[in-house]
Design a protein around this ligand. Structure first.
Ligand code: DOR
Ligand code: ZN
Ligand code: ZN
Length: 444
């Protein structure tokens, strides 16, 4: 048998151990993992020069924009950024223009992405106007619902517990998770009104509005509603010690709750926000050193299930506003997540198997993505080759993302994705995108 592709001279993480082996790929799937000499003949062979091959990252929190927001990002630039960062599957958030919130808007978005994506893309929907539309949206291909408790996006009023209960109950029947941006809208609004009255509009005022209390209140409300409805909930970008503690209690009580952390909440604190200004502004915001310490403990011990970038690209114009309340919040993270986290592995703060679990196996489990997220026979060949020892500097001017700025610009990192494969085809080689659009699959 001659297969399509063989990756040789590699180190592969198998059962928690790095072993010298190669991978044979046929029709986009891994068909054999073996010593190079035992691999079948292949039409194409690639010598990966002794570098490690890891499962491609599944980043469950990405804002790809496009449609009426192409000036910030589009499906080509966003998925190119993913490929450059070793990310082989992204899940796209629904706060778009138009908002993804029903069968029609979802279908439009999927059709557009199918023509442009160079990595795999799954789609969230916001909740529709009528909960009866929920099963149809899942049928159409949404991988989950996204609930913004911080503002009304989609058809659901985030202040109304009855409406949330009804939507969660309906979602529970479809068995997909509800992903939650946990900041309580009413609390944000009341503090902001007070800040505006006092004409406080600096970083400190911003942090008072987006307080740890706002996160905790939203988490507690969502857990309570999920408990009643038995819906699976996944908390996006947990940023505070209190929030994480509350999630830990919910997990101990065996509620179906999972959560994610972002590299920016793990590696930056609000001390850096003063120097970074708008580039470091994100929601939930950067927190205290103590919060950062406790997030790390959660990441190492397992309270935090997955890592996600919350890639939220904006134009520099949208960042440069005189009033802090008008500044677009968000950090472009697709091209920095893996290098930043490999650096932590090199520092001994995280083991390589744990990083792999957090970025591929566990995301696939939570979202029930079958036959991805692992280097295993029969799984899709979504792979990233990494040079674990490469020392280099992050240069955001070289990003494929349209947002060519980052709070991590100029950071010295150790560890670099050097080749990315999606469904068995190479999409990135040494920082160059070598894919044609349509290489990515739509994940349903
Ligand atoms: O900082 C943020 N940016 N937080 C969000 O919840 C939305 C995101 C965006 O879409 O830019
Ligand atoms: Zn969010
Ligand atoms: Zn987000």
């Amino acid at each position: 048998m001659t297969v399509d592709l063989a990756l040789k001279n590699a180190k592969i993480l198998l059962n928690g151990k790095i072993v010298k082996a190669g991978i044979a790929v046929e029709k986009g799937k891994i068909v054999k993992i073996a010593k190079d000499t035992n691999l079948p003949a292949a039409s194409k062979e690639i010598d990966v020069k002794g570098f490690a091959i890891l499962p491609g990252i599944i980043d469950t929190h990405v804002h790809l924009r496009d449609q009426e927001l192409t000036y910030k990002e589009d499906f080509i630039t966003g998925t190119s950024a993913a490929a450059n960062g070793g990310v082989t599957t992204v899940f796209d958030m629904p706060n778009n223009k138009p908002v993804t919130m029903d069968v029609h808007t979802l279908r439009e978005r999927i059709n557009l992405a199918a023509k442009k994506a160079i990595v795999n893309v799954g789609f969230y929907s916001a909740f529709p106007n009528d909960v009866k539309e929920i099963p149809g949206i899942i049928q159409e291909g949404a991988i989950g619902f996204k609930l913004y408790m911080s503002e009304k996006i989609g058809g659901l009023d985030p202040d109304c517990d009855e409406a949330l209960t009804e939507a969660f109950t309906e979602t529970q029947k479809t068995n997909v998770p509800v992903c939650v941006h946990a900041e309580d809208r009413r609390l944000l609004e009341s503090v902001r009104t007070e800040m505006e009255r006092k004409k406080d509009n600096d970083v400190e005022a911003y942090l008072k509005v987006h307080s740890p209390d706002a996160e905790l209140k939203a988490i507690d409300r969502a857990v309570k509603i999920a408990r009643k409805s038995r819906a699976k909930i996944h908390f996006c970008h947990v940023s505070t010690a209190e929030g994480l503690q509350s999630i830990k209690f919910a997990k101990q009580a065996r509620f179906p709750v999972t959560c994610e952390a972002t590299p920016h909440h793990l590696l930056l604190s609000f001390e850096s926000l003063k120097n970074l200004g708008a580039v470091g502004l994100t929601n939930p915001p950067l927190r205290s050193e103590d919060d950062v310490r406790l997030l790390w403990a959660g990441l190492q011990k397992g309270t935090i299930d997955i890592l996600a970038s919350d890639h939220a690209p904006h134009s520099l114009n949208d960042k440069k506003k005189p009033e802090i309340w008008q500044v677009a919040s968000g950090i472009a993270g697709l091209e920095t997540m893996l290098p930043l986290m490999l650096t932590q592995v090199n520092k001994g703060l995280l083991s390589l198997p744990r990083l792999v679990h957090l970025t591929s196996k566990r995301p696939a489990e939570i979202f029930k993505i079958r036959k991805r997220g692992e280097i295993k026979e029969e799984c899709s060949a979504d792979l990233v080759v990494v040079d674990l020892k490469k020392e280099w500097k992050i240069d955001s001017s070289k990003f494929y993302s349209k947002a060519k700025f980052s709070p991590f610009d100029g950071w010295k990192v150790k560890g670099k994705p050097v080749k990315t494969f999606v469904n068995g085809s190479q999409v990135m080689d040494n920082g160059e995108i070598v894919a044609s659009p349509e290489q990515g699959h739509i994940i349903r």
